[in-house]
Ligand binder design. Structure first.
Ligand code: ADE
Length: 225
């Protein structure tokens, strides 16, 4: 998959993209991620990419020209799914990430300032995405979140495909608790069932734990069933 990210802070993104699983995915040629500085596309002689909002009000709005030109140039003749990160977008979910992981080309626009000229959304953007009900200073962290959760779903990126099977949000449930050695850590013991060797009993315990955890922390997920 190729992902192009358009941002006014390219340096913020690079360290995360060049570590750990994202780095490995690029080395394995499963992911080709490119970061573009929006200012490289502005026609403004002072390199501006924002302006005051029509109708007045606080803050600045990202102007359409550099964004339109950047997307046109980056897209070329390829088909690409264009995503805008902004707090007014649809909530990012595992289901949406799964669908995105099947795309060949993604372009992510990192929103900023008080917002983005609405014509960008009208004419260029396929989906606006929010990563939660809170407001960040910019769309760079959400863009990284999106790249991260989509990349690990690309076949061949994670070592063992099974590690995707039981994880949180599969079947609208949160993942069960996990333990590793030692079985007794400073007096805190793991549940006996995990030492029993009884695979059916372990599976049942895990299901119960998943359900209890979901009921406790995310009852909304159970209602979605
Ligand atoms: N930009 C600022 N806040 C955001 C959020 N919660 N999700 C996506 N983009 C954002």
């Amino acid at each position: 998959m190729r992902i192009d990210i358009i941002t006014i802070f390219p340096e913020v993104l690079k360290p995360i993209l060049n570590e750990s699983i994202l780095k490995r995915a690029q080395e394995k040629k499963k992911l080709d991620v490119r970061v573009h500085d929006l200012r490289d596309y502005t026609a403004d002689k002072h390199n501006k990419v924002d302006d005051r909002p029509f109708g007045g009000g606080p803050g600045m709005v990202m102007t359409p020209q550099p964004i339109f030109d950047a997307v046109k140039k980056i897209k070329g003749r390829r088909k690409a799914f264009v995503i805008l990160t902004c707090p007014t977008g649809k909530p990012l979910t595992q289901k949406f990430a799964k669908n995105l992981s099947k795309q060949k080309n993604l372009i992510i626009l990192c929103g900023h300032y008080e917002g983005i000229d609405e014509r960008v959304r009208e004419c260029l953007v396929d989906e606006s995405i929010s990563i939660g009900d809170y407001v960040l200073t910019g769309g760079e962290l959400p863009a990284l979140v999106l790249v991260d959760c989509v990349t690990r779903l690309i076949p061949g990126v994670l070592g063992k495909e099974e590690s995707l099977k039981d994880e949180s949000f599969e079947n609208n449930l949160l993942e069960y608790p996990q333990y590793t050695r030692p079985a007794n850590f400073r007096g805190v013991k793991i549940p006996n069932v995990l030492l029993s060797g009884n695979h059916r009993a372990i599976e049942m315990w895990r299901k119960e734990q998943s359900l209890a955890r979901t009921r406790q922390n995310r009852p909304d997920l159970l209602k979605q069933k």
